[in-house]
Design a binder for this molecule. Structure first.
Ligand code: C2O
Ligand code: CU
Length: 434
């Protein structure tokens, strides 16, 4: 049994002489401890809430039993302050996953409530020392470099691109440097834990290939033939790199690339050749039966510059001041946030094809709980070679994207934008598998 405790703790985010910030973390540090199991093993976590507000823990990307999905108000009652909840589930897939708070996530995750969950292959593909987890975040710092809590919940941001930070960290540190051994092959697991930032990374700049997305390994390493790679909120990418000389991972969205993590490569005396015959071990997922697929249409509307739209929230049409008081700004098919009725119901085993049309002026990161899907088509952009499995997809303004998956996991599952402010402000729905 693994003990996980959510509570306030202090951590320095900015430069070495800057004051520390009061964060909310798991076991005292953001990111929280790496939970690591083998594929097919049980994950047992005794979770205790030492925050002053209710919370719950979601195991992002795990094709989990519904009662363990950790969604406050949908799959469980939130864990009250002082209370304990035992999460107990099997990790069916080897890969890079993460956990995070799923009650008022826009606030709780922004304050540091997230951590990595790594599921090793039955026969690990990489040596433990050659397998490196990098949890990316961007923080909004104010004043002398402390977390800006006053700006949390800005309705302006909820209706725009969400809460963007001004300080990037990897594993809670600014530009950490990791030592590597020359000639060895490494797996780098990147996890985007930011509320709303899309990290832009170019693996070609440091000679890395892609070996997995969102916790699902490819059959063969793939070279990225477009650049940069957009790593949306909640998305993961596994990279493979042979350490030849020092290199840096940079965020390349700005005019000048911004270094976020360094790697220092040196020769080792005890040079053991690293295994070069890395055979990736993809998980086996149920393949969609497209001939029998049921098509669900989801139209995204709202947000700044989205024009006037009608929004139904909690069964009522919002008018005038309602938008501000209800803090809603976005809708799926005209409905903001969770309705009584599911967005759709699926029979267990049925193939569902969701056609998402983004009629907003913003990019979104849509996440399906409890299932992985494949992207079949997207307007204006080719789908990736081999149709990799994903649990979160990015969709740009005016883009249409079709995804398909077998609804094989019974229960109530969220489908929402992982830009956490967008989810809170309406981009949040659910479906039921029976
Ligand atoms: Cu990463 Cu609804 O979750
Ligand atoms: Cu969004």
């Amino acid at each position: 049994m693994f003990d996980l405790v959510a509570g306030p703790s202090r951590q320095r985010l900015y430069l070495p002489d800057a004051p520390s910030s009061e964060l909310w973390t798991y076991n005292g540090y953001a990111p929280g401890p790496e939970i690591r199991v083998k594929k097919g093993e049980r994950v047992q976590v005794r979770f205790t809430n030492k925050l002053e507000e209710p919370t719950s823990v979601h195991w992002h990307g795990i094709r989990i039993e519904n009662s363990m999905d950790g969604v406050s108000g949908l799959t469980q009652e939130p864990v009250e302050p002082g209370d304990t909840f035992v999460y107990d589930f099997v990790a069916p897939d080897a890969g890079t996953f993460w956990y995070h708070a799923h009650n008022k996530s826009w606030n709780q995750v922004a304050r540091g409530l997230y951590g990595p969950l790594i599921v090793d292959e039955v026969e690990p593909v990489f040596e433990r020392s050659n397998d490196i987890t990098l949890v990316l975040d961007d923080w909004r710092l104010a004043g002398e470099g402390v977390l800006d809590v006053a700006s949390l919940g800005s309705m302006m941001e909820w209706a725009h691109g969400g809460r963007l930070g001004n300080w990037l960290t990897v594993n809670g540190q600014s530009r950490p440097v990791t030592d590597l051994v020359r000639g060895q092959t490494y797996r780098l697991r990147l996890i985007n834990a930011a509320n709303a930032r899309v990290f832009e990374i170019d693996p070609n700049r440091f000679g890395a290939t892609l070996i997995g997305f969102d916790g699902q390994s490819f059959t063969e390493p793939a070279k990225l033939d477009y650049a940069p790679l957009m790593l949306g909120p909640a998305q993961r990418v596994d990279l493979m790199v042979v350490a030849k000389s020092d290199f840096t991972i940079e965020e390349v969205s700005g005019d000048t690339p911004y270094p976020i993590a360094g790697f220092s490569v040196s020769d080792s005396e005890t040079t053991e050749a690293s295994r070069s015959d890395k055979k990736l071990q993809p998980n086996v997922l149920p393949s969609a039966d497209l001939a029998k697929a049921r098509r669900i249409r989801l139209q995204m509307t709202g947000g700044a510059m989205g024009g006037m739209i009608d929004i139904i929230y909690k069964g009522k049409k919002l008018q005038g001041d309602d938008f501000r008081t209800a803090r809603q700004a976005w809708a799926f098919n005209g409905v903001a946030n969770l309705a009584e009725e599911p967005f759709f119901e699926a029979r267990q085993g049925e193939t569902i094809l969701v056609e998402t049309v983004n009629r907003t002026a913003w990019v979104h990161a849509m996440h399906v709980h409890g299932h992985h899907f494949q992207i079949l088509n997207r307007s204006g952009s080719d789908v990736d070679e081999g149709k990799p499995w994903r649990d979160t997809f990015l969709i740009g303004p005016d883009q249409t994207t079709e995804i398909a998956f077998v609804a094989d996991n019974p229960g109530k599952w969220l489908f929402h934008c992982h830009m956490l402010e967008h989810a809170a402000a309406g981009m949040n729905t659910w479906f039921q598998v029976t």
